[in-house]
Design a protein around this ligand. Structure first.
Ligand code: LLP
Length: 423
């Protein structure tokens, strides 16, 4: 049975009982809509894990961060901007155990200043980070992000392990890094491994064994292990759900093994980004042109890869559905290519990895009808840009029967408000 709930290839008249047409008319298009009920459901599915550290890079709107916090989550931050967002959403930048962890492969100067000033916990993904941090904050506890020598992702671009990846500390350099930290009195209190995004059970579970071996090499100074993120969510009808209970069982077993060897508690963290939010997000667009190119029929909508970059970047598949402005006009489906407004031929939502344009079976629709892009809550808005001087989309949160505008559409004048002409 399929685990995808979005009506791919069909009609999407409502999102959690809100009319798509009403939302589009009220907030304009393109607009991201997030359903808080789906985020709650996804977090509940992960409850077995002691610590759910949300990787906010997937969707860092303050309303989403606040919701995750109220659900008992903590966060990961990869930049000064994400640290400041976390604080603005109510997370403490310094606490034990940490509500916010800075995980990256470098400190840019702004991020280093901020973690030093705020006392934020640091998870180092490069040996150089140990010196840069140790010099400023001697004697602190740090965790290490290890590259176990293998990785896997939904695309080569989201595989974060193995020798071709820039991420983490290479597994054979573990002892060397502990010593490098000791020069500054740094204690390695935990290990972290994240092998990629959108991976599968088999690869995710391999990490568990690599973690136990690495932790044993460091010994009982370790008080936390992080399984990273990478949990897949369905985008297609054929996608099967991840067996969370089995995944937890493996990691819990590893943690208990280490606890029994060392005689002290070891905190088990999970760091999902996509899982809590992907299925909660919809991008509502308006169809602005319906045209034929030879045998091909195109729907051109008012959102492009400036709003949702996953198809052009990875050939990512997003389910599509139509909301008719006038539901009486319902008709049969037809093969369609869906593109956006940008002046670039790759601005196509229906493409495969490498840029091959493909058709989708979609209901017949006209200019003024709406096209809803599903499973767009993760790595959607956050990867948006102002290419072609297009403003960033609006964001709306649906929560307990109310709709909240949680980020208005960017005004076009703000696109160049801080630019100047010399002289
Ligand atoms: N932890 C670390 C250290 C990460 O680098 C990432 C994702 C995560 C956790 C969360 O991974 P998730 O649970 O979301 O798979 N833009 C791509 C995904 C890039 C992921 C980057 N790092 C996409 O749209 O698929």
């Amino acid at each position: 049975m399929s685990s995808l709930e979005f009506p791919d290839g069909g009609f999407c008249p409502t999102i959690n009982s809100f009319s798509v047409v009403d939302l589009a008319r009220r907030y304009g298009t393109p607009t991201y809509v997030y359903d808080a009920a789906v985020i709650r459901r996804q977090v509940e599915r992960l409850r077995q894990f002691e610590v759910i550290r949300y990787a906010q890079k997937a969707n860092s709107n303050l309303a989403v961060l606040d919701l995750l916090r109220r659900l008992g989550g903590v966060v990961d931050a990869v930049s000064a901007g994400e640290l400041l967002r976390a604080r603005a959403a109510g997370y403490a930048l310094a606490s034990e155990p940490p509500e916010v962890v800075y995980t990256a492969d470098i400190f840019d100067r702004e991020a280093l200043e901020l973690v030093v000033k705020e006392g934020t916990h640091v998870n180092c993904g490069s040996p150089d980070m140990l010196d840069q941090y140790g010099e400023r904050c001697p004697g602190q506890g740090v965790t290490l992000r290890i590259n176990p020598g293998f990785g896997h992702g939904h695309s080569q671009k989201t595989n974060t392990g193995g020798p071709q990846s820039k991420h983490g500390i290479w597994h054979t350099q573990l002892e060397e890094c502990v010593q490098r930290g000791q020069k500054w009195g740094l204690r390695v209190t935990g290990l972290h491994m994240h092998i990629g995004s959108g991976t599968d059970f088999e690869h995710l579970s391999q990490v568990c064994e690599a973690m136990v071996q690495a932790a044993r090499r460091i010994g009982p100074s370790i008080h936390s292990i992080s399984a990273g993120g990478g949990l897949p969510t369905p985008y297609r009808n054929s996608d099967q759900p991840l067996d969370i209970a089995r995944y937890h069982q493996l990691w819990d077993g590893a943690r208990r093994q280490l606890e029994s060897e060392w005689g002290h508690p070891v905190r088990l963290e999970l760091e999902p980004g996509r899982y809590p939010v992907a299925e909660a997000g919809y991008l509502i667009t308006e169809i602005r042109a319906v045209k034929r190119m030879g045998d091909n029929l195109f729907y051109l909508v008012d959102a492009g890869f400036n709003n949702l970059a996953r198809p052009i970047l990875y050939g990512a598949y997003h389910p599509l559905a139509v909301a008719l402005a006038n539901p009486q006009t319902q008709q049969a489906t037809q093969p369609v290519i869906v593109g956006g407004p940008l002046c670039e031929s790759g601005d196509i939502f229906t493409q495969t990895d490498g840029g091959t344009v493909v058709h989708r079976q979609l209901p017949a629709a006209n200019v003024g009808d709406y096209l809803v892009i599903g499973c767009a809550g993760a790595y959607g808005f956050v990867m948006g840009s102002n290419y072609n001087s297009k403003p960033l989309a609006a964001e709306v949160l649906l929560d307990r029967g109310s709709d909240h505008l949680v980020r208005p559409r960017q005004g076009s004048a703000s696109l160049f408000a801080s630019e100047s002409i010399p002289g």
